[in-house]
Design a protein around this ligand. Sequence first.
Ligand SMILES: *Cc1c(COP(=O)(O)O)cnc(C)c1O
Length: 384
Amino acid sequence: MSSKIWLSSPHLSGNEMKYIDEAFKTNWIAPLGPNVNAFENELGEYLNVKHVAALISGSSAIHLALIILGIKSGDEVLVSSFTFSATVNPIVYQGAIPILIDSEEDTWNMSPDLLEEAIVDRLSKGKKPKAIIVVHLYGMPAKIDEIFSIAKIYDIPVIEDAAEALGSKYKGKPVGTFGDMGILSFNGNKIITTSGGGALISDNIEYVNQARFLATQARDNAPYYQHSHIGYNYRMSNILAGIGRGQLEVIEERVKQRRENYNFYYEHLKFPGISFLTEIEECFSNRWLTTILVDPIKTGGVTSSDLRLGLEKQNIESRPLWKPMHLQPIFRNYPSYLNGVSERLFDLGLCLPSGSNLSATDKNEIYSFIKLILSEKKIHDINF
Ligand SMILES: *Cc1c(COP(=O)(O)O)cnc(C)c1O
């Protein structure tokens, strides 16, 4: 059998070892050092954002952003329901209450209508939400203008979860740079990787200084170890930042390759019942993952799980869309504002292999098998 085609596997540029070697030669094997500083500067330049703190993960970046905004036990935080659990977990780390907001159809991200409905409803219950976490899922920018104008009216700070969206833009400006703070992830399957890592970004120097302070155990300015705050060990290591520097050199190429994957699937999978997440005018997506909806009423009975299991037999990895947080056993009792959109996306959706290292042969193979599964199922239905 041919080797496995992965959903989204690490894709090295070849320059990572140069920076890692430097770290070894200079003995900077620590959660600080020249690669960390350079990675922060280079990332800041790429995103045109003033300040960057490199951290161990996107999750830790969200956690720090919440702490910096003063989120405490019992506070309410509005958050996209259609996301990965890592967006919501840090709210619960703080003892705060996630208020889950469903998606809209255009971008699959937070519905501005439901966001406003939720704010009005929480206010009527006597509780003002303390923050909004808006996610740019699968690299598709959320409806920034609408969401930020609501946030402004009600004076609620916004954290952008751009873990999946490095390289995506809204009206030409990088996502992650609109909010009070933005967060990024460099986990192994993201568009660029440091094996594991993340960043908190902001134009507000106070926020980023605080992030660095909290991420290095919150040490007071004293000759001995004195602490007036609870700290965390969240800083990125100098080795991993070296990987990040090598990766960042090719980010534009990676965005291009991921977008080419999407275009390939879009051009080839013109079958009844298969539809795509398309870009609205303001949005430029990095197309981290290509996602399709499979409507069994129009495919002749073939479902997204038929496709997934059929591909799996051919050693090709695909994956259901994120299961919305309001359907998760651990989160389903939290307040939610729903319209059925994300549940329907979860029922019908599939993520196709989307690595920037997919070859033309891989893509043709994936296309042929999808075509075969769609036609076989129809024959099967006629015969039996
Ligand atoms: C990956 C991811 C995170 C968390 O990032 P880690 O670096 O894995 O901690 C957060 N939110 C979303 C939407 C993600 O996809």
